[in-house]
Write a protein that binds this ligand. Structure first.
Ligand SMILES: Cc1cc2nc3c(=O)[nH]c(=O)nc-3n(C[C@H](O)[C@H](O)[C@H](O)COP(=O)(O)OP(=O)(O)OC[C@H]3O[C@@H](n4cnc5c(N)ncnc54)[C@H](O)[C@@H]3O)c2cc1C
Length: 408
């Protein structure tokens, strides 16, 4: 694969049509945080038939499981082979990265965790409304004192109380946290036997909005991605039944660090970041070329100045590199050989850095206008920076790339 297919281009144009009609007119509300993203996302899923597609494929999967066929592993590289999904992500990221981040956490992380680790009854209980985004999902692992060291440093605790558990602690930086209806929450099991915190089992629970003792904080003010509400969750003696423990046993409910399903999820997420980065690079380049051809100084277009040409050329190099990485990954997934975690980490590291550099250079190319919100590149630069922090910070990606190399 070396270019998008004709069908891909048709999908892309349809997505652009949706963005022009439904997203751009609402950008001010979305990017000030005054308009939550969920109604627009629901409309987008309905417009492209993704809500019914998701519901049908879920129903098929659950019916097969009821009939005793093997369980889905959830997450993984399937989304890579689906170019429609990547194009949607890419195009939305060029306009409002937060929108697609909110959708990714709800439809991606939250759904795939319940799908891969829940019992049939748990899937029937939570997934049908999540896969259509009728309900909004959040996925909560990060805490104030443990970010990159999420599992080891976790302090949120559950202790057994008869057949139930009592949950205490708090989570931070949780995408959709302020509005979520369904929350996947990770907590350490306190067995009262003095096991050091780092060595305790991590269990995963599903909570619903409105449970006693659960508080969802207000959206944080952020540097960018204001269209994605991010906030804290607080747990004050929240009573959770065993039916909320994923898998309903402490064995299947515990987090399998480094397990195949977790690795496939991380790999897909990191490649997804490359698609988001490409969307930002494409949009910055498009806006920059347009500006270079129309802004006139010293009697000529600024595109005639070599230093401006250098910026455009470097944007093109970044675009080609990120796009080629993505094409190779898609092709490899179709051939049944999806990228390894180390390769996906290298893609995430490179593409998020490239998107941030391109967006900052776009601001520079626009001069004073670049610093003004009206010209949009300043928002893209603020949004792009976030890609270097979540889905594993870029410093953590370095460790994964190196681990892969040193294991050869
Ligand atoms: C917009 C946004 C949305 C988010 N959404 C969610 C969400 O939905 N759910 C969720 O659970 N979390 C979410 N997060 C949290 C995100 O996953 C963390 O911010 C990220 O993992 C980094 O953790 P930290 O912020 O605590 O930084 P820290 O871990 O404190 O890192 C501080 C610095 O140290 C570096 N560092 C850490 N460890 C190493 C090491 N071993 N070697 C070298 N350098 C290192 C980091 O790269 C960073 O530069 C979100 C964050 C943001 C910004």
């Amino acid at each position: 694969m070396f270019e998008w297919s004709e069908e891909d281009v048709m999908v892309r144009d349809a997505v652009r049509g949706f963005i022009d009609k439904e997203v751009r007119p609402n950008l001010e509300g979305l990017e000030s945080g005054s308009l939550p993203p969920y109604d627009i996302l629901r409309k987008m899923l309905a417009t492209f038939g993704m809500d019914s597609m998701n519901a049908e494929s879920l129903e098929k999967e659950l019916a097969a499981e009821e009939a005793g066929e093997p369980r889905s592993s959830g997450g993984g590289s399937n989304s890579l082979a689906n170019s429609m999904f990547l194009i949607l992500n890419m195009e939305m990221a060029g306009v409002s990265l937060g929108l697609i981040a909110s959708m990714g956490v709800s439809l991606g992380l939250t759904v795939s965790t319940i799908r891969s680790r829940g019992t049939l009854a748990q899937k029937r209980r939570w997934l049908p409304e999540l896969v259509t985004m009728e309900k909004v999902g959040a996925w909560a692992i990060t805490e104030p004192d443990s970010g990159s060291d999420a599992l080891g440093g976790m302090k949120t605790t559950v202790r057994r109380d008869g057949d139930d558990y009592i949950l205490n602690g708090n989570k931070t930086f949780i995408t959709n946290g302020p509005y979520a209806d369904t929350m996947v929450v990770f907590a350490k099991l306190d067995e009262g036997d003095g096991t050091p915190m780092r060595d305790r089992k991590v269990l995963t629970f599903v909570l619903d909005k409105g449970m006693e003792g659960l508080t969802q904080g207000k959206p944080f003010k952020k540097m960018g991605m204001m269209s994605s509400p991010t906030g804290e969750l607080f747990f004050d003696n929240v009573r959770v039944g065993r039916d909320r423990l994923l898998g309903e046993t402490e064995e299947t409910g515990s987090d399998k660090r480094g397990g195949d399903s977790a690795k496939a999820g991380f790999t897909a997420e990191r490649i997804g970041i490359a698609a988001l980065s490409l969307g930002i690079i494409n949009e910055c380049q498009r806006l920059s070329i347009d500006y270079a051809k129309t802004r006139t100084l010293w009697g000529q277009e600024i595109g005639k100045f070599q230093l401006i040409q250098l910026k455009l050329a470097e944007m093109e190099i970044a675009r080609l590199n990120v796009q080629n990485m993505l094409f190779v990954a898609m092709e490899a997934a179709k051939a049944g050989k999806p990228p390894t975690l180390a390769q996906a980490s290298a893609m995430k590291l490179y593409s998020s850095r490239a998107a941030t550099e391109v967006a900052m250079e776009a601001v520079q190319l626009f001069g004073g206008n670049g610093y003004m919100a009206e010209y949009r590149v300043e928002q893209l630069a603020r949004d792009a920076k976030s890609l270097m922090i979540y889905a594993g910070s870029n410093e953590i990606q370095v460790t994964h790339v190196a681990k892969g190399l040193l294991a050869q």
